[in-house]
Design a protein. Structure first.
Length: 148
């Protein structure tokens, strides 16, 4: 029985990057795209006993610029921001368009995440999304069992 799949026969150990975020109950792989030449925001993912927390770095945005959807165990975070600036000066008019957008998708386990209790807030340039764990997957405290 083979437990480790090796793609490079010269390297005896699996790649750290291949295994860094692999989990049986949660697929944090992402599908990302940007409609413009903008940068996709950096994301931090933190696990606690009670939940997972996703932090999306998005300075200069407003909470109205974000859209968060959960459908078929896929959490989609997207943003679109349009700016129109018009300036008039003596002999010319300058008009600049600015458009930013991104989309990130995370595949969630419905057996681990309570989708009805997902919440989000935007503060100080960071979008924070809390994904509560289902009660049955939260760690149970140790208990002493009496011997009869």
């Amino acid at each position: 029985m083979t437990l480790i799949k090796r793609t490079d026969s010269n390297w005896p150990f699996p790649s750290l990057m291949d295994n860094l975020f692999s989990r049986d109950l949660m697929d944090w792989s992402t599908s990302n795209f940007s409609n413009t030449n903008t940068t996709i925001p950096a994301v931090n993912i933190k696990e606690t006993d009670d939940d997972f927390q996703i932090e999306v770095a998005a300075p200069g945005m407003d909470k109205k610029d974000f859209k968060i959807n959960l459908e078929n165990n896929q959490l989609m975070i997207s943003s679109e921001k349009k700016n129109n600036v018009k300036e008039k000066d003596e002999n010319y008019t300058r008009k600049e368009f600015s458009y930013q957008s991104f989309q990130r998708t995370f595949n969630l386990s419905d057996q681990m995440i309570d989708g009805d209790k997902i919440s989000a807030k935007y503060c100080d340039g960071v979008l924070c999304i809390t994904l509560p764990k289902r009660e049955e997957v939260k760690p149970k405290p140790a208990r002493v069992i009496k011997i009869a």
